[in-house]
Design a protein around this ligand. Structure first.
Ligand code: SF4
Length: 366
């Protein structure tokens, strides 16, 4: 079996590590490129959301590279994600591809059921080996997220930003190549140490929170690498979600660590007190949470036509006015373009900067 899966940020590194420990041959899709977008868009329904189109492009490119099995997450609820796997399978079959699709449904309540599902993917692996494989993939995910946090912290502050990005890029490649947990931790520690030696030019950069649809927040090819764009503008980005949090909350039911989702939902309550599908409720809650954390501004990002985010967008102006925090929404699609995005971000950052200067509590360059 040659197995593949869709891209979502650095997730492929952790998933590849997990699947290899299940003794599977892994064929990750090539990195998302212009071609991935083109193929996905060509074969998807026009009004499908962008993540579906990119998933489809990923699968076609991986099948062309020899994959014969696709693993995809399932879902439920008032959002199109629940139908992705079935729609993608039908499209691929209609195009003549021969493959097997395995849909991993999130268990209703027990992490045990998920481990059983993952074990069943493997080639003669025991329950214990499946657990160890998950743990190994999780260690890579944890290290990658720790590095993302360091990148977000040091990039806006450092004088030599290219160096920080280079340290991060090399560390990600090395974590992908690492063959043991000890090696993963060593790479993480070394890279953080190297970043901390960089010469700083700003002590207290502007802080901007990013909220929005999960796939758009996690996948740099879709969000045009917004975290780095802002970091290069001397802005510290505060991410509202990490993949490990999402998995912990939605798939592992808080089994790994204490979930902050109840706090997020409580923050949303004065403005929205029911699920609207996707990440809409969390977007509202995180916007309020970030306002309470006194961030200088908040940017909501999502793919065009994403209903849960459209609902959240309609509420955000009220939060902005009542909580006193500048907010902006960016709808992203394949036509957005980096230049236009940079212009809009620069204008927003400039406005946030002026507001902070007016309030008299802003320290620019050291
Ligand atoms: S959350 Fe939005 S983008 Fe994601 S599947 Fe649902 S509607 Fe589509």
């Amino acid at each position: 079996m040659k197995i593949t899966f869709p891209h979502m940020g650095n997730m492929h590194i952790a998933v590849k590590a997990l699947l290899e420990r299940l003794r599977l041959e892994v064929v990750p899709p090539p990195p998302i490129s212009k071609r991935t977008f083109e193929i996905g868009i060509r074969h998807s329904p026009e009004f499908a959301c962008m993540p579906l189109k990119i998933n489809l492009g990923n699968f076609i490119e991986a099948l062309e590279n020899g994959a014969d099995t696709i693993v995809m997450a399932g879902g439920w609820g008032p959002c199109r994600f629940g139908y992705y796997a079935q729609v993608e399978r039908d499209i691929l079959e209609s195009l003549g591809y021969q493959f097997k699709m395995i849909i991993l449904e999130a268990p209703d309540s027990r992490a045990y059921d998920l481990v059983k599902q993952i074990k069943s993917l493997g080639e003669n692996v025991s329950f214990w080996e499946a657990l160890k494989a998950i743990n190994y993939g999780w260690s890579k995910l944890g290290a990658l997220e720790a590095l993302e946090k360091q990148l977000d912290y040091y990039l806006p502050r450092a004088r030599d930003k290219a160096r920080i990005e280079k340290i991060y890029n090399i560390a990600v490649e090395n974590i992908d190549r690492a063959v043991s947990k000890a090696e993963v931790y060593e790479i993480e520690e070394q890279s953080v140490k190297e970043m901390s030696k960089a010469e700083m030019k700003i002590d207290l950069p502007l802080k901007i929170g990013i909220v929005g649809e999960i796939y758009t927040m996690f996948e740099p090819a879709v969000n045009y690498d917004i975290y780095r764009l802002l970091g290069r503008m001397d802005v510290e980005v505060i991410r509202s979600a990490y993949l490990s949090d999402w998995l912990n909350d939605h798939i592992l039911k808080g089994y790994i660590k204490k979930s902050i989702r109840p706090d997020i939902i409580a923050c949303a309550r004065p403005y929205l007190n029911y699920e609207v599908g996707g990440h809409g409720l969390e977007t509202v809650g995180n916007t309020v949470r970030f306002a309470h954390m006194h961030l200088d501004g908040i940017v909501q990002i999502g793919p065009l036509t994403c209903m849960p985010e459209i609902v959240a967008q309609s509420i955000i102006p009220q939060i902005s006015a009542q909580e006193g925090v500048p907010c902006m929404t960016l709808w992203l699609d394949e036509l957005a373009g980096t230049a236009g995005l940079i212009t809009r971000l620069e204008a927003f950052v400039d406005m946030v900067h002026r507001q902070k200067l007016k309030a008299g509590n802003y320290q620019k360059e050291a």
